[in-house]
Design a protein around this ligand. Sequence first.
Ligand code: FES
Length: 579
Amino acid sequence: MAKKLPKTGMRKGLTAYGDEGFSLFLRKAFIKAMGYTDDALDRPIIGITNTFSGFNACHRNVPELIEAVKRGVMLSGGLPVEFPTITLHESFAYPTSMYLRNLMAMDTEEMIRAQPVDAVVLIGGCDKTVPALLMGAASADVPSIMLVTGPMITGDHHGERLGACTDCRRMWGKFRANEIDEREINEIGAKLAPSAGTCMVMGTASTMALCTEALGMMLPGGACPPAVMAERIRHAEASGARAVSMSKEKLTPSKIMTPAAFENALQVLLAVGGSTNAIVHLTAMAGRLGIQLDLDAFDRMGRKTPVLVDLKPTGQGYMEDLYKAGGLSEILKQIKNLINLDVLTVTGRTLGENLAAAPASFPQQIVRSTKNPIFKGGSIAVLRGNLAPEGAIIKQAAMDPKLMKHEGRAVVFESLEDLANRIDDPKLDVTAKDILVCKNAGPRGAPGMPESGYLPIPKKLAQQGVKDMVRISDARMSGTAFGSIVLHVTPESALGGPLALVKNGDRILLDVAKRKLELKVSPAELAKRRKAWRKPAAKPEEKRGYRKLFMETVTQADKGCDFDFCMPKMTARAPRSRK
Ligand code: FES
């Protein structure tokens, strides 16, 4: 009797023709058309996700990285095969890239599952692509290693360093306030994104890259080298080589992405003063493995974890500075006592072993010690109260400290459209002490929970020099933004959450130290308003296709905005409760 061969490589996931021998014969006949020899086809097959697109400048270097990954795979005796997945760029995804993240995750999961790959190198970088790839890989649970495209290098304008997108917003704010003219803002526009790669401040892409390295899903030192550096290409080659070994070791994401590993990623998110978006993405990634992220335990962690990294928008530097300062290993060394060092990583070794092998430290200004932090408290605080019973968040490290405790009158916008139509109206009844509130910008309301929580300062106030105000919405915010901005209010207003009941002139109290967000309206009045509230009618485009799937199954921010049917039963929690 013929010996049964293991179901790896070309024998894996055979197309269902009812005759496995024929399925393999046919598969080999077709792949021969690519010019492969039998020797090549008998090797471990390493899939490489090709997320290049002419619309995605953050992934401009993907073709170069794929070549390097292929080299690494072949030097280690594997057969590299690239395949396309959806790609998403922040500025080229209508209505917002978050609306499409789950589609990319599903595409990645099913393509990994459908094709005969023994391991996968996931190439991503721009904000939503890294979580989407890792969500898909976690669900498929095939050995996977993350490779990011790397940050851009900085630009320069009249002697001042510039970078996307903290400076995009800062400069646009100056333009709105008439501090710079149209000619200059256009000149600046050509300098904000000067190379291939992802936004080079501590935005979502940089945060997710660092969190992924801390999670153990990336080779050490992979988060920070800029996209244009030779080290980025060497890292790609090493990732390809390592993927071959991972395929033999059957080192799957579920062995690496454990509650303790997510706790490390959350610790790093706090220490780097990272993007608020990372909370939603890490929640969704963990959720794919049945791990529930506990927002209150995260908040408790924050009280013990200062912000150590001096990068915009919280500080002053850029990712290339963090790279030169030693990258993630330098941060981990500073918070070693808060990190679970015994977790497994893609190297096959523990995070602690990786750290012990990291280059030696040297004097530098970017990664501070815990005794001399950039910001003492946790960078992100979790708020609760009658306005956000299931939670809301604020990036306290990037807000005006004078607004940490603030009570003001609500100036309400019913939707993003209403906001766009009225925010700059000279007749708008608004002062700097008021609180701007925007409804219907959450996961279902917008839909897709766009990064519109950074409500613009009304033009007439901006021209008076107002730089910050308290702003509240159920939207998200770009990690590159700065301000006293309450985000992810849950449940969202489109589902009838308390945010839907706020009216012009209501008093709202924000108290970050006490983690409070209160609508100062009596319970009787709120009950009356709730009775009168009507769910917005479904729009025609919500009745078919992906939009219908999205509207019917997307979860709230505290569940990661994943589709409910993609999440298994939650069986574990992260971070583990720390009192
Ligand atoms: Fe791609 Fe910022 S737009 S990372």
